[in-house]
Write a protein that binds this ligand. Structure first.
Ligand code: GLA
Length: 743
């Protein structure tokens, strides 16, 4: 499709445009990678959806808007017949109140309390440069952006719908900007990022739920008549659900079938909904959660929704994931580091928890200093009087008594050992037992005359207040400028309750959750972009804020506090639905595992942790010489495959939720190399011979399997398959490095 498209493009100038408007038929054609997205300005002036899917020629497909008389349904005012009911017409930004009774994207409330928006197309613009969103991360541009302006003539509410396309990716970015052109205030009770109507059909819905140490479990449910939603009301995308939803054809699987994936580029409370109407019409929509949300717009003010990434795949979930991975690696993840070789870290959290001093940390460093590990990360407990998680957040001063020296002594020791130094912060939080809270109790989000619900014995800084943001930036920056810090682990360990800020009026209280996230983005911008050479890793009790907007700042995020290799196969598999392996931090820890009490082989822990940004998190003074030797071997192996982790195409060959196996293949873009990691959960006696059918290779290329010396064509590896040799026992891995023969 891409080659054909390019050949055509070189002939006809107007076809060069990835976004094209047919004046006569009033049809927009958006072309992204191998995808077409077709909309029309209807005879009544509304923006309707005609087609989204595999690339089609620019023909008139408006015949799909086939309307029947639906009895007593409300109809568009002035329509020539009763067939024109908003409840069966597709809409690019549906609103409530004029007869569309499906879920809507937009609920504006005028000064008189009326809540109707009749948005008609007022104009459009095609931009060559993709605009950014003020105060919020969004995808960088890859192609053109269409902005369609809708306006309600009576309320003077304007909605600009943004659609950005990518020349080489089957992805479209969407968002909305709402502007109050009236001379009275407007309140937004809902302002989603996108809405899409798909044709009637049998779909299944793929979402993800989770919990602490069990993040991003995929769930597949048939789309029923009625409404299905996933959301977060926590002020973070959360451990408990992901801002991802896909609608897939009933028979779609990993390798085949139509899949429409949606992911919000947002880190706060969200909602994603799929609805099948009684007429079988299907709608997917979402954005900022409108639960406990409203936003006041004074005359002339605008509201910017976060962006949503939409990916279409005609080749199943695997291809959808690969497009999301390419989209995020190419267009959102922190540009300074997305392609940089990631440091292999050793982190002291599971090694010592809060119980450490410089001599203890140095003894750990001594054991690994010439193992190839690049970075020592000092986790929680180095500041204030922090000997447990009950105190000192917000007091970012080095606890020299506890450390038995200044932090600089440890940093010098690390640097002299040839390693870099990383430090843990939790900038957004404050402990009630802290000097800063005693001085400024009004700097935390809480209701002053109520007790605050304890959660890890900490409160959330009120980042809606500029003076609090300034304090946090200053406090973190002061440590970063005082000490030679190469890396920061930025944690966030509680969700927001008692949502109240005395910095906002009574009618502004429902703005807090979104203003909080805008505050997070602002402090990230000021701290992270203020230190361009420091590598920042994200974390939120593990994967409690693992989203594409965070990736704009944090090229990698601690995937889960669960470091058990068996559990990790599931968590990493689920995370890979949307996010590339390079975004996932994965560590080898001690066994029995602190979370599950399970013992898995050291090799297995390494092999599973290699499927991401790898590292170690254990007391290396307490492990055997053989295990220390294994660390050296693992580091060497990882360095050899890191390029594939950063840039390769991921093929998920076995699903650990439905089988005894987990198997991932990383293929170099030019298909000359791949690594296959196979994991068998339980040893089964007299079991079937396991075969792993590789994917994504060149069928005609000859490959050499390093581990057994076999030379086989891509066709054989993909159709006859490999037989992994696990040896005996549970929780075993077999890894194969496969390269173009003759290299
Ligand atoms: C969270 C993180 C852990 C660790 C602790 C420190 O739980 O996910 O990795 O940093 O906080 O308190």
């Amino acid at each position: 499709c891409r080659l054909a498209a390019r050949a055509r493009l070189s002939v006809v100038t107007e076809e060069k445009m990835a976004i094209y408007f047919d004046e006569e038929k009033k049809i927009f054609y958006l072309e992204s990678g191998c995808v077409s997205y077709v909309m029309q300005i209807s005879q009544f002036g509304f923006l309707t959806q005609l087609y989204y899917g595999k690339r089609i020629p620019r023909e008139d497909v408006s015949y799909v808007e086939k309307l029947y008389d639906r009895g007593s349904e409300a109809v568009v005012f002035g329509a020539p017949s009763r067939r024109y009911s908003p409840n069966v017409i597709t809409s690019e930004y549906p609103s409530y109140g004029k007869g569309d009774f499906r879920e809507c994207a937009f609920i504006p409330r005028g000064a008189d309390g009326a809540r109707v928006f009749e948005g008609k197309v007022k104009g459009f613009e095609i931009l060559q440069e993709k605009p950014t969103i003020p105060g919020m991360p969004s995808l960088y541009g890859g192609g053109e952006t269409l902005v369609v302006t809708l306006e309600d003539e009576i309320s003077k509410v304007q909605v600009d719908l943004y659609y950005s396309v990518y020349d080489e990716l089957d992805a479209i970015a969407r968002r909305a900007v709402i502007k109050n052109n009236a001379d009275t205030p407007l309140v937004l009770d809902r302002a989603y990022s996108f809405s899409l109507d798909l044709p009637a059909g049998s779909y299944k819905v793929i979402t993800q739920y989770g919990a602490h140490m069990r993040e991003r479990t995929p769930e597949v449910t048939p789309l029923m008549h009625g409404i299905m939603s996933v959301d977060s009301k926590r002020g973070a995308t959360s451990l408990h659900s992901s801002c991802f939803m896909a609608l897939a054809a009933k028979d779609a699987d990993e390798e085949s079938g139509d899949v429409y994936g949606f992911n919000l580029i947002y880190s706060g409370s969200f909602r994603l909904t799929a609805e099948q109407s009684p007429y079988d019409m299907v709608r997917v929509l979402g954005g900022i959660n409108d639960f406990d949300f409203s936003w006041k717009l004074l005359p002339g003010e605008s509201f910017y929704t976060p962006e949503a990434a939409m990916v279409y795949s005609g080749k199943g979930l695997g291809a959808m994931s690969r497009t999301f991975h390419d989209l995020y690696r190419g267009y959102i993840i922190n540009k300074r580091f997305v392609n940089a070789v990631r440091p292999i870290v050793i982190n002291n959290w599971e090694a010592t928890y809060f119980n450490f001093d410089i001599p203890k940390l140095c003894s750990i460093i001594d054991t690994v200093k010439d193992s190839g590990i690049d970075m020592f990360v000092l986790d929680d407990g180095w500041f204030g009087r922090r000997d447990s998680d009950r105190s000192s957040l917000g007091d970012w001063t080095v606890n020299k008594d506890k450390l038995k020296g200044d932090l600089s002594a440890l940093i010098d020791y690390v640097h002299n050992a040839g390693m870099k130094f990383g430090l843990w912060f939790e900038p957004e939080m404050v402990s009630e037992d802290s000097d800063i809270y005693r001085e400024h109790p009004d700097w935390a989000i809480k209701i002053p005359y109520r007790d605050a619900a304890p959660s890890r014995d900490q409160l959330v800084f009120d980042l809606t207040k500029p003076q609090v943001r300034d304090y946090v930036v200053k406090a973190v920056n002061s440590i970063l400028s005082q000490y030679k810090i190469d890396y920061v682990k930025w944690d966030m360990n509680r969700n927001i309750t008692e949502i109240y800020s005395d910095g906002l009026p009574a009618d502004g209280q429902k703005e807090i959750m979104h203003r909080y996230i805008l505050g997070v983005y602002e402090i990230c911008e000021r701290i992270i972009n203020g230190h361009p050479d420091v590598f920042f890793e994200g974390c939120a009790s593990g994967g409690g804020r693992f989203d594409a907007a965070m990736a704009y700042y944090f090229p990698q995020i601690w995937t889960s506090d669960d470091t058990d290799a068996n559990e990790r196969t599931r968590i990493q598999y689920g995370t890979s639905l949307c996010y590339p392996l390079s975004m996932m931090s994965c560590h080898v820890s001690i066994c029995p595992n602190h979370g599950t009490a399970r013992t898995t082989p050291f090799k297995t822990r390494g092999d599973i942790a290699h499927l991401g940004a790898t590292g170690y998190e254990l007391d290396t003074t307490q492990i055997t010489p053989e295990e220390l030797a294994q660390i050296r071997r693992q580091v060497t192996d990882y360095k050899a495959m890191q390029d594939l982790v950063l840039h390769g195409d991921l093929y998920r060959l076995d699903n650990p939720f439905t089988s005894n196996y987990f198997c991932e293949e990383l293929v170099k873009k030019d298909k000359t190399e791949c690594v296959v990691t196979c994991y068998r959960r339980l040893m089964e006696v007299n079991s079937a011979v396991k075969r792993v059918y590789l994917r994504g290779l060149d069928p005609d290329m000859k490959y050499r399997v390093e581990e057994n010396g076999m030379v086989l064509s891509g066709a054989v590896l993909m159709n006859v398959g490999l037989i992994p040799e696990f040896g005996g026992g549970d929780f075993m891995t077999a890894v194969y490095h496969i390269k173009k023969a003759g290299n």
